[in-house]
Design a protein around this ligand. Sequence first.
Ligand SMILES: NC(=O)C1=CN([C@@H]2O[C@H](COP(=O)(O)OP(=O)(O)OC[C@H]3O[C@@H](n4cnc5c(N)ncnc54)[C@H](O)[C@@H]3O)[C@@H](O)[C@H]2O)C=CC1
Ligand SMILES: N[C@@H](CC=O)C(=O)O
Ligand code: NA
Length: 816
Amino acid sequence: MKIIKFGGSSVANPENIQRVFSIIKEKLKEHELAVVFSAFGGVTESLLKIAQLAREGDEAYREVLQTLEEKHLAIVRQLISVQSQSTVMTFVKVRFKELEDLFHGIYLIKENSPRTLDYVASFGERLSAFILAESMQGQGLKTQFLDARDVIRTNDRFGQAKVDFEVTNEAIKNYFAKYDGIKVITGFISSTAKGETTTLGRSGSDYTAAIFAAALDAENLEIWTDVSGVLTSDPKLVYTAFTIPQLSYNEAMELSHFGAKVIFPATMQPAMRKSIPIYIKNTFEPENPGTLINGEVSPGALIKGISSIPNVSIVTVQGAGMLDSTVGTSRVFKALAEAKVNVLLISQASSEHSICLAIKTQESYLAKEAVEKEFFYEIKSGEMDKVILLHDLATVAVVGENMKHNPGASGRMFRALGRNNINVGAIAQGSSELNISAVIPQPDLQKALNALHEAFFLSENKVLHVFLVGVGLIGQALIKMIANQQQKLRGDNELDIQIHGMANSRFMAFHEDGFDLSNPYELSDSDEKTDLNKFIRTMEEMNFSNTVFVDCTASQDVAELYTKILEAKVAIVTPNKKANSGSMDQYRALKKLAKKRGVKFLYETNVAAGLPVINTLQDLMLSGDRVIRIEAVLSGSMNYIFSELEKGDPFSEVVKKAKELGFTEPDPRDDLSGMDVARKILILGREAEQDLEFDSIEIQSMVPEDCQNLGSVPEFFEVLRTHDIDFAEMLKVAEAKGERLRFMATLENGKAKVGLNSLPIAHPFSGLGGSDNMILLTTDRYKDRPMIIRGPGAGADVTAAGVFADVIRIGNYTRE
Ligand SMILES: NC(=O)C1=CN([C@@H]2O[C@H](COP(=O)(O)OP(=O)(O)OC[C@H]3O[C@@H](n4cnc5c(N)ncnc54)[C@H](O)[C@@H]3O)[C@@H](O)[C@H]2O)C=CC1
Ligand SMILES: N[C@@H](CC=O)C(=O)O
Ligand code: NA
């Protein structure tokens, strides 16, 4: 014998009901069945609403009642053939006539006691189960309608009646022995020995099903609802949540206590006591195996699920008066129990000086009042403090029996929270080790759930959530690289990089699950105009753990947002030099903030693109070296321009070519003016721990005077053309001396210089071609012969690769 129960959403309309019938027919092939039904979706609520209207003397109740009758009649017309309709129609009409009288009574005497409401509510299940039994009969199934009031005996605690199992079990067994066919049973309702109608409380139909399962020693119990079992976490907050295949009874109870709404613990008790397996299944996805809840603790995963409760407050009771803790604590709990306050979590340090309770915010005021009343005299005399309330909190809990005797769970939990800068306000772990709970700031709830979900369930793959501003040359190359490497990184490096936000100067777009990178997304398809503040806000609201902001613009406006981004505990990776080449104070402040917030700020590509210059310098400094001198060619475009010029092409053409090849800044005047190189030597100097300001750098600009104040880049190229002869002349002079023109930067004794030099052919820089950069580092340790870093220092691929490497570095850092 199997007991199966269908909830309100499963029988909300004729289409859903047909699904239910197919499921039943399928089951019948192998099992003897009894089916428990809830009222049709929304009916219980409507009945109670009508009762309320009637009690308030609002005549509108009649209309709502009429609609409800019509809804039932419509279901009958659709489910039952015309020939067989009349008995059912009569049944429905008679019930609604009774309801009409009943509500009229309520309307007249304006009384709505729990007793009356139980009777009102009972009509929902009585109607649904009868109609469904008849229509199953019409489909060739032999059914037997059972009004559960005939067998489930309770006390008269209306609204939440307690079952007399001895009488009930006997009555159920007798009934089943007497009648055959599929029993079609009303959920939720029961009756007292005097025959008064009662109801079984929240999730009462599940309870009905469990009562029948236990009384009949059923093989198993299936609860059919509109979700595929119990999920690892709330899918509205954790997009990667998945169905838990199996839970022990204890785990299921613990998970539902902390928020998982699928099943209500008390309803499982009768089945649990008899060790009857319970399946949670989805009517709308019957092929999904759902969740099996039974007496077994399955080996493997440390935890089974993560639950949460929002809108929680911490109530702190403290003072010397608590030191006599046995008395103090018991008085606190007595006061709270009398005020009917539900305590979610308790934490008391061994000093016993204070006790800290997590309570739903709406009940916290009541708790404060109750405790302060209890300790009125102690508070007055100063022996106790006033109760302190802290709001805007939430609890998160990891649940699983395998945590027992298995070290590591709490470490993993708090490392994940700490790494994501989530402050933990209170902690509790029961001695059963079934549940570890923490109170955290409510705004961090989604991030916390995701961080924990990743740490416990996706630990083979760390997820890095990227938000990219600047989808130009470098940004696009980066997206392509991530797309190409995504699979390999997931496999070999256990790192999953997802892009959730993108923006260029015109449009922005977001994707909660991450953009599908195999299908490049066109930002011009977005109808959302770029608004940088909104971009940051959306990034924060998505509230992912392990988030990286990648800035592939050359924009000052974006650089100015870094403080806000780091404050939000989001890491930054960028080739944009603007932030690091502002004032020394700002440079220091950003580094300090990143450290304080525990997030990385990486910018290897600020200098010489992907060449390892910044990291190398940082390593030298950390290991105690000292920089004496830096001599460098730091501009890929300038090196390209002056080395190509030697082939005889006009200067303006070569500059254009450098731009086309992606070596220049978005505005090539930033390169020609020496500004870009000046920024780079400034950054190198700062990385070498020297106090340098931009203004102190001596810069020789290569932009002819009449080109300086022109608006657009094409205009600039027009005028630049007229200077081609001057540059050809410059080259001739150098060549006559057997020398080469190279644009370089030096830093020595705290003084930085940037400009064009005529170098002997034997100089190491003279041999540089294309977009090459070369950095000579003379340090205490590399004194006689400098350390040399050389290679292409501009261009889409070498730059994007450097940015990508920084992103991966963050991914590697964030793992355990
Ligand atoms: N091209 C290269 O070889 C190297 C470039 N870099 C740096 O990489 C950065 C990007 O360079 P490219 O990709 O070549 O430039 P680009 O001009 O091709 O792309 C810049 C992107 O930023 C967007 N953008 C500009 N201002 C914006 C704003 N306020 N809000 C949102 N989006 C904005 C633009 O719409 C465009 O999508 C620059 O900072 C550059 O200095 C660093 C090393 C080498
Ligand atoms: N425009 C720069 C590249 C970025 O840093 C260069 O030419 O080197
Ligand atoms: Na670099």
